[in-house]
Write a protein that binds this ligand. Sequence first.
Ligand SMILES: NC(=O)c1ccc[n+]([C@@H]2O[C@H](COP(=O)([O-])OP(=O)(O)OC[C@H]3O[C@@H](n4cnc5c(N)ncnc54)[C@H](O)[C@@H]3O)[C@@H](O)[C@H]2O)c1
Length: 315
Amino acid sequence: MPSVPVFDADAVLAAVTPSAAIERTRTAFLRHHAGEWVMPAKTYVDAPPAGDFRAMPARGEGIAILKWVTSFPENPARGLPVVTGALLVSSAETGELLAIVDCASVTSLRTGAAAAVSAQALARADAASVGLIGCGVNGAWAARCLAAAGYSAGVCSDPRADAAEALAGELGWRVGSREEAAAQAVVVTVTPGDAPVIGASDVRPGAHFAVLGADAHGKAEVEVAALARCRLFCDEWEQASKGGELSGAVAAGTVTRESVTELGAVLAGEAPGRSGDGEITLFDSTGLAIQDLAIALAVLDTWRSGGVEAPTVSL
Ligand SMILES: NC(=O)c1ccc[n+]([C@@H]2O[C@H](COP(=O)([O-])OP(=O)(O)OC[C@H]3O[C@@H](n4cnc5c(N)ncnc54)[C@H](O)[C@@H]3O)[C@@H](O)[C@H]2O)c1
Protein backbone atom coordinates (compact mmCIF):
# COMPACT_ATOMS: atom_id res chain seq x y z
CA MET A 1 0.00 0.00 0.00
CA PRO A 2 1.74 3.24 -1.04
CA SER A 3 1.33 6.07 1.42
CA VAL A 4 1.37 9.44 -0.30
CA PRO A 5 1.27 13.02 0.98
CA VAL A 6 -1.71 15.16 0.06
CA PHE A 7 -1.03 18.87 -0.32
CA ASP A 8 -3.99 21.20 -0.03
CA ALA A 9 -3.90 24.80 -1.29
CA ASP A 10 -2.57 26.15 2.01
CA ALA A 11 0.29 23.66 1.98
CA VAL A 12 1.18 24.49 -1.64
CA LEU A 13 1.18 28.23 -0.98
CA ALA A 14 3.21 27.73 2.21
CA ALA A 15 5.73 25.57 0.34
CA VAL A 16 6.29 27.80 -2.70
CA THR A 17 6.69 31.58 -2.54
CA PRO A 18 5.97 33.71 -5.61
CA SER A 19 9.73 34.29 -5.98
CA ALA A 20 10.40 30.54 -5.91
CA ALA A 21 7.56 29.98 -8.40
CA ILE A 22 9.17 32.49 -10.78
CA GLU A 23 12.57 30.75 -10.62
CA ARG A 24 11.01 27.29 -11.03
CA THR A 25 8.86 28.46 -13.94
CA ARG A 26 11.83 29.98 -15.72
CA THR A 27 13.65 26.66 -15.31
CA ALA A 28 10.63 24.82 -16.75
CA PHE A 29 10.65 26.92 -19.92
CA LEU A 30 14.40 26.37 -20.30
CA ARG A 31 14.29 22.59 -19.70
CA HIS A 32 11.39 22.18 -22.08
CA HIS A 33 13.11 24.26 -24.74
CA ALA A 34 16.20 22.05 -24.34
CA GLY A 35 14.05 18.92 -24.81
CA GLU A 36 14.86 17.64 -21.31
CA TRP A 37 11.28 17.92 -20.03
CA VAL A 38 8.56 16.43 -22.21
CA MET A 39 4.93 17.40 -22.47
CA PRO A 40 2.32 15.61 -24.60
CA ALA A 41 -0.49 17.83 -25.87
CA LYS A 42 -3.09 19.08 -23.41
CA THR A 43 -6.41 17.28 -23.92
CA TYR A 44 -9.66 19.22 -23.58
CA VAL A 45 -12.89 17.54 -22.52
CA ASP A 46 -15.77 19.93 -23.16
CA ALA A 47 -18.60 20.09 -20.64
CA PRO A 48 -21.07 22.39 -22.41
CA PRO A 49 -22.50 24.81 -21.62
CA ALA A 50 -20.68 25.36 -18.33
CA GLY A 51 -16.98 24.85 -19.09
CA ASP A 52 -14.33 22.27 -19.80
CA PHE A 53 -11.83 19.86 -18.27
CA ARG A 54 -8.16 19.63 -19.26
CA ALA A 55 -5.81 16.66 -18.81
CA MET A 56 -2.22 17.90 -18.70
CA PRO A 57 0.69 15.42 -18.46
CA ALA A 58 4.43 16.15 -18.32
CA ARG A 59 7.68 14.42 -17.35
CA GLY A 60 10.99 15.84 -16.19
CA GLU A 61 13.55 15.84 -13.38
CA GLY A 62 12.67 12.28 -12.34
CA ILE A 63 8.93 12.77 -11.92
CA ALA A 64 5.85 12.61 -14.10
CA ILE A 65 2.65 14.55 -13.45
CA LEU A 66 -0.94 14.61 -14.59
CA LYS A 67 -3.05 17.66 -13.86
CA TRP A 68 -6.82 17.23 -14.14
CA VAL A 69 -8.11 20.77 -14.07
CA THR A 70 -11.23 22.73 -14.96
CA SER A 71 -12.26 26.06 -16.39
CA PHE A 72 -15.90 26.78 -15.50
CA PRO A 73 -16.19 30.55 -16.09
CA GLU A 74 -19.65 31.00 -14.56
CA ASN A 75 -18.75 29.20 -11.34
CA PRO A 76 -18.15 32.33 -9.21
CA ALA A 77 -21.87 33.13 -9.52
CA ARG A 78 -22.48 29.72 -7.94
CA GLY A 79 -19.97 30.38 -5.20
CA LEU A 80 -17.52 27.95 -6.80
CA PRO A 81 -14.01 28.51 -8.25
CA VAL A 82 -13.38 28.72 -12.00
CA VAL A 83 -10.30 26.50 -11.69
CA THR A 84 -10.30 23.35 -9.57
CA GLY A 85 -8.99 19.78 -9.65
CA ALA A 86 -6.06 17.61 -8.59
CA LEU A 87 -2.51 16.95 -9.72
CA LEU A 88 -0.93 13.50 -9.42
CA VAL A 89 2.85 13.22 -9.06
CA SER A 90 4.57 9.90 -9.84
CA SER A 91 8.15 8.69 -9.91
CA ALA A 92 9.45 8.56 -13.47
CA GLU A 93 11.83 5.76 -12.39
CA THR A 94 9.39 3.33 -10.78
CA GLY A 95 5.98 4.71 -11.70
CA GLU A 96 5.05 4.92 -8.00
CA LEU A 97 2.60 7.59 -6.97
CA LEU A 98 4.49 10.19 -4.91
CA ALA A 99 1.93 12.88 -4.10
CA ILE A 100 -1.53 14.32 -4.68
CA VAL A 101 -1.57 18.11 -4.97
CA ASP A 102 -4.34 20.71 -5.09
CA CYS A 103 -4.24 22.09 -8.58
CA ALA A 104 -5.88 25.50 -8.26
CA SER A 105 -2.99 26.77 -6.12
CA VAL A 106 -0.38 25.20 -8.42
CA THR A 107 -2.16 26.78 -11.41
CA SER A 108 -2.25 30.21 -9.81
CA LEU A 109 1.44 30.14 -8.87
CA ARG A 110 2.69 28.96 -12.23
CA THR A 111 0.35 31.21 -14.20
CA GLY A 112 1.33 34.30 -12.27
CA ALA A 113 4.96 33.26 -12.42
CA ALA A 114 4.79 32.95 -16.23
CA ALA A 115 3.56 36.55 -16.46
CA ALA A 116 6.51 37.65 -14.30
CA VAL A 117 9.04 35.62 -16.30
CA SER A 118 7.69 37.10 -19.53
CA ALA A 119 7.95 40.64 -18.11
CA GLN A 120 11.51 40.05 -16.90
CA ALA A 121 12.48 38.75 -20.34
CA LEU A 122 10.48 41.04 -22.62
CA ALA A 123 9.43 44.26 -20.90
CA ARG A 124 11.58 47.37 -21.19
CA ALA A 125 14.40 47.46 -18.66
CA ASP A 126 12.91 50.65 -17.18
CA ALA A 127 9.37 49.26 -16.93
CA ALA A 128 8.20 49.81 -13.37
CA SER A 129 4.42 49.74 -13.29
CA VAL A 130 1.86 47.02 -13.93
CA GLY A 131 -1.72 47.30 -15.12
CA LEU A 132 -3.83 44.31 -14.13
CA ILE A 133 -7.11 43.81 -15.97
CA GLY A 134 -9.04 41.09 -14.18
CA CYS A 135 -8.36 40.80 -10.44
CA GLY A 136 -9.87 37.37 -9.81
CA VAL A 137 -8.08 34.32 -8.47
CA ASN A 138 -5.38 34.03 -11.11
CA GLY A 139 -5.11 37.77 -11.68
CA ALA A 140 -4.35 38.25 -8.00
CA TRP A 141 -1.52 35.70 -8.11
CA ALA A 142 -0.14 37.28 -11.28
CA ALA A 143 -0.01 40.58 -9.41
CA ARG A 144 1.68 38.93 -6.39
CA CYS A 145 4.30 37.36 -8.66
CA LEU A 146 4.95 40.65 -10.47
CA ALA A 147 5.27 42.39 -7.12
CA ALA A 148 7.75 39.70 -6.06
CA ALA A 149 9.64 40.35 -9.31
CA GLY A 150 10.10 43.97 -8.25
CA TYR A 151 7.15 45.79 -9.82
CA SER A 152 6.25 47.96 -6.87
CA ALA A 153 3.51 50.04 -8.54
CA GLY A 154 0.38 48.84 -10.23
CA VAL A 155 -3.18 49.64 -11.28
CA CYS A 156 -5.89 47.07 -10.57
CA SER A 157 -8.98 47.10 -12.78
CA ASP A 158 -12.02 44.88 -12.44
CA PRO A 159 -15.78 45.45 -12.67
CA ARG A 160 -15.86 43.81 -9.23
CA ALA A 161 -14.66 46.84 -7.29
CA ASP A 162 -14.17 44.80 -4.10
CA ALA A 163 -11.71 42.46 -5.84
CA ALA A 164 -9.68 45.33 -7.28
CA GLU A 165 -9.66 47.21 -3.96
CA ALA A 166 -8.61 44.19 -1.91
CA LEU A 167 -5.72 43.39 -4.21
CA ALA A 168 -4.57 46.99 -4.54
CA GLY A 169 -4.67 47.31 -0.75
CA GLU A 170 -2.67 44.10 -0.26
CA LEU A 171 0.11 45.13 -2.64
CA GLY A 172 0.15 48.89 -2.10
CA TRP A 173 -1.04 49.38 -5.68
CA ARG A 174 -4.07 51.47 -6.68
CA VAL A 175 -7.46 50.88 -8.26
CA GLY A 176 -8.04 52.35 -11.71
CA SER A 177 -10.11 52.14 -14.87
CA ARG A 178 -9.45 49.64 -17.62
CA GLU A 179 -7.92 52.47 -19.68
CA GLU A 180 -5.53 53.41 -16.87
CA ALA A 181 -4.46 49.80 -16.37
CA ALA A 182 -3.93 49.36 -20.11
CA ALA A 183 -1.62 52.39 -20.17
CA GLN A 184 0.99 50.90 -17.78
CA ALA A 185 4.39 49.62 -18.91
CA VAL A 186 3.45 45.99 -18.24
CA VAL A 187 -0.18 45.05 -18.86
CA VAL A 188 -1.52 41.74 -17.63
CA THR A 189 -4.97 40.51 -18.65
CA VAL A 190 -6.65 37.70 -16.71
CA THR A 191 -10.33 37.96 -17.61
CA PRO A 192 -12.65 35.15 -18.74
CA GLY A 193 -11.78 36.01 -22.36
CA ASP A 194 -15.36 36.28 -23.54
CA ALA A 195 -14.82 39.83 -24.88
CA PRO A 196 -11.65 41.79 -25.75
CA VAL A 197 -10.32 44.07 -23.01
CA ILE A 198 -7.41 45.46 -25.08
CA GLY A 199 -8.21 47.46 -28.21
CA ALA A 200 -5.91 48.90 -30.86
CA SER A 201 -5.87 52.32 -29.14
CA ASP A 202 -4.54 50.72 -25.92
CA VAL A 203 -1.42 49.36 -27.59
CA ARG A 204 1.30 51.94 -26.92
CA PRO A 205 4.96 51.91 -27.96
CA GLY A 206 7.21 50.21 -25.42
CA ALA A 207 4.49 48.29 -23.61
CA HIS A 208 4.63 44.62 -22.69
CA PHE A 209 1.39 42.64 -22.61
CA ALA A 210 1.08 39.32 -20.80
CA VAL A 211 -2.28 37.90 -21.82
CA LEU A 212 -3.29 35.01 -19.61
CA GLY A 213 -7.08 34.73 -19.72
CA ALA A 214 -7.57 33.23 -23.19
CA ASP A 215 -6.46 29.66 -22.57
CA ALA A 216 -8.89 27.77 -24.81
CA HIS A 217 -10.16 28.06 -28.36
CA GLY A 218 -12.81 30.75 -28.81
CA LYS A 219 -11.53 32.98 -25.98
CA ALA A 220 -9.79 36.30 -26.68
CA GLU A 221 -8.79 39.35 -24.65
CA VAL A 222 -7.06 41.37 -27.39
CA GLU A 223 -8.66 42.76 -30.55
CA VAL A 224 -7.16 41.42 -33.77
CA ALA A 225 -6.15 44.96 -34.81
CA ALA A 226 -4.22 45.33 -31.53
CA LEU A 227 -2.49 41.96 -31.94
CA ALA A 228 -1.30 43.07 -35.37
CA ARG A 229 0.75 45.89 -33.77
CA CYS A 230 2.60 43.60 -31.36
CA ARG A 231 5.69 41.46 -31.63
CA LEU A 232 4.33 38.07 -30.62
CA PHE A 233 5.62 35.52 -28.11
CA CYS A 234 3.94 32.47 -26.62
CA ASP A 235 4.58 29.71 -24.11
CA GLU A 236 4.37 26.91 -26.68
CA TRP A 237 3.36 27.26 -30.31
CA GLU A 238 1.48 23.92 -30.54
CA GLN A 239 -0.77 24.76 -27.64
CA ALA A 240 -1.06 28.53 -28.18
CA SER A 241 -1.90 28.22 -31.88
CA LYS A 242 -4.79 25.89 -31.10
CA GLY A 243 -6.17 27.15 -27.81
CA GLY A 244 -4.92 30.61 -26.89
CA GLU A 245 -5.09 34.29 -27.64
CA LEU A 246 -3.40 33.74 -30.98
CA SER A 247 -5.55 30.86 -32.17
CA GLY A 248 -8.21 33.05 -33.82
CA ALA A 249 -5.60 34.98 -35.78
CA VAL A 250 -3.81 31.72 -36.65
CA ALA A 251 -7.06 30.25 -37.99
CA ALA A 252 -7.64 33.44 -40.01
CA GLY A 253 -4.12 33.19 -41.43
CA THR A 254 -2.98 36.59 -40.10
CA VAL A 255 -0.53 35.03 -37.61
CA THR A 256 1.84 32.25 -38.66
CA ARG A 257 4.45 30.09 -36.91
CA GLU A 258 7.24 32.32 -38.26
CA SER A 259 5.78 35.40 -36.60
CA VAL A 260 5.66 33.96 -33.06
CA THR A 261 8.62 33.23 -30.77
CA GLU A 262 8.47 30.78 -27.86
CA LEU A 263 9.52 32.30 -24.53
CA GLY A 264 11.89 29.39 -23.81
CA ALA A 265 13.94 30.25 -26.90
CA VAL A 266 14.34 33.83 -25.67
CA LEU A 267 15.31 32.70 -22.16
CA ALA A 268 17.87 30.31 -23.65
CA GLY A 269 19.36 33.14 -25.70
CA GLU A 270 18.51 31.35 -28.93
CA ALA A 271 15.95 33.84 -30.19
CA PRO A 272 15.82 37.61 -29.87
CA GLY A 273 13.45 39.17 -27.36
CA ARG A 274 12.50 42.84 -27.41
CA SER A 275 14.40 44.63 -30.20
CA GLY A 276 14.06 48.19 -28.94
CA ASP A 277 12.40 50.50 -26.44
CA GLY A 278 9.56 51.35 -28.81
CA GLU A 279 8.60 47.80 -29.66
CA ILE A 280 5.35 46.40 -28.28
CA THR A 281 5.70 42.84 -27.00
CA LEU A 282 2.86 40.43 -26.28
CA PHE A 283 3.21 37.10 -24.49
CA ASP A 284 0.35 34.64 -24.99
CA SER A 285 0.18 32.32 -21.99
CA THR A 286 -1.99 29.25 -22.37
CA GLY A 287 -0.55 27.44 -19.34
CA LEU A 288 1.80 24.48 -19.78
CA ALA A 289 2.00 21.20 -17.88
CA ILE A 290 5.77 21.72 -17.55
CA GLN A 291 4.99 24.81 -15.43
CA ASP A 292 2.81 22.63 -13.19
CA LEU A 293 5.61 20.10 -12.98
CA ALA A 294 7.99 22.83 -11.85
CA ILE A 295 5.69 23.88 -9.00
CA ALA A 296 4.99 20.26 -8.00
CA LEU A 297 8.75 19.69 -7.76
CA ALA A 298 9.10 22.75 -5.55
CA VAL A 299 6.31 21.49 -3.26
CA LEU A 300 7.98 18.07 -2.95
CA ASP A 301 11.41 19.59 -2.33
CA THR A 302 10.06 21.80 0.46
CA TRP A 303 8.17 18.87 2.02
CA ARG A 304 11.21 16.58 1.86
CA SER A 305 13.33 19.19 3.62
CA GLY A 306 10.72 19.57 6.36
CA GLY A 307 9.56 23.02 5.27
CA VAL A 308 5.90 22.07 5.04
CA GLU A 309 3.72 19.32 6.49
CA ALA A 310 1.06 17.27 4.73
CA PRO A 311 -1.22 14.41 5.76
CA THR A 312 -0.66 11.09 4.01
CA VAL A 313 -3.19 8.66 2.58
CA SER A 314 -2.80 4.96 1.78
CA LEU A 315 -4.25 3.96 -1.56
N1 LIG B 1 -3.03 31.13 -19.08
C1 LIG B 1 -3.13 30.31 -18.06
O1 LIG B 1 -2.21 29.56 -17.76
C2 LIG B 1 -4.38 30.32 -17.23
C3 LIG B 1 -4.38 29.70 -15.98
C4 LIG B 1 -5.52 29.78 -15.19
C5 LIG B 1 -6.65 30.42 -15.65
N2 LIG B 1 -6.63 30.98 -16.90
C6 LIG B 1 -7.83 31.65 -17.43
O2 LIG B 1 -7.86 32.95 -16.84
C7 LIG B 1 -9.20 33.41 -16.80
C8 LIG B 1 -9.50 33.94 -15.41
O3 LIG B 1 -9.43 32.86 -14.46
P1 LIG B 1 -9.64 33.13 -12.90
O4 LIG B 1 -9.52 31.82 -12.24
O5 LIG B 1 -8.77 34.23 -12.44
O6 LIG B 1 -11.16 33.62 -12.90
P2 LIG B 1 -11.89 34.61 -11.89
O7 LIG B 1 -13.35 34.50 -12.18
O8 LIG B 1 -11.41 34.37 -10.50
O9 LIG B 1 -11.38 36.06 -12.33
C9 LIG B 1 -11.77 36.69 -13.53
C10 LIG B 1 -11.91 38.16 -13.20
O10 LIG B 1 -12.07 38.90 -14.41
C11 LIG B 1 -12.96 39.95 -14.12
N3 LIG B 1 -13.47 40.51 -15.35
C12 LIG B 1 -14.45 40.04 -16.15
N4 LIG B 1 -14.61 40.87 -17.20
C13 LIG B 1 -13.71 41.88 -17.06
C14 LIG B 1 -13.38 43.03 -17.80
N5 LIG B 1 -14.03 43.32 -18.93
N6 LIG B 1 -12.39 43.85 -17.35
C15 LIG B 1 -11.72 43.57 -16.21
N7 LIG B 1 -12.01 42.48 -15.46
C16 LIG B 1 -12.97 41.64 -15.88
C17 LIG B 1 -14.00 39.31 -13.22
O11 LIG B 1 -14.78 40.26 -12.52
C18 LIG B 1 -13.13 38.47 -12.32
O12 LIG B 1 -12.72 39.17 -11.17
C19 LIG B 1 -10.07 32.23 -17.24
O13 LIG B 1 -10.39 32.38 -18.61
C20 LIG B 1 -9.16 31.03 -17.05
O14 LIG B 1 -9.51 29.96 -17.89
C21 LIG B 1 -5.53 30.96 -17.69
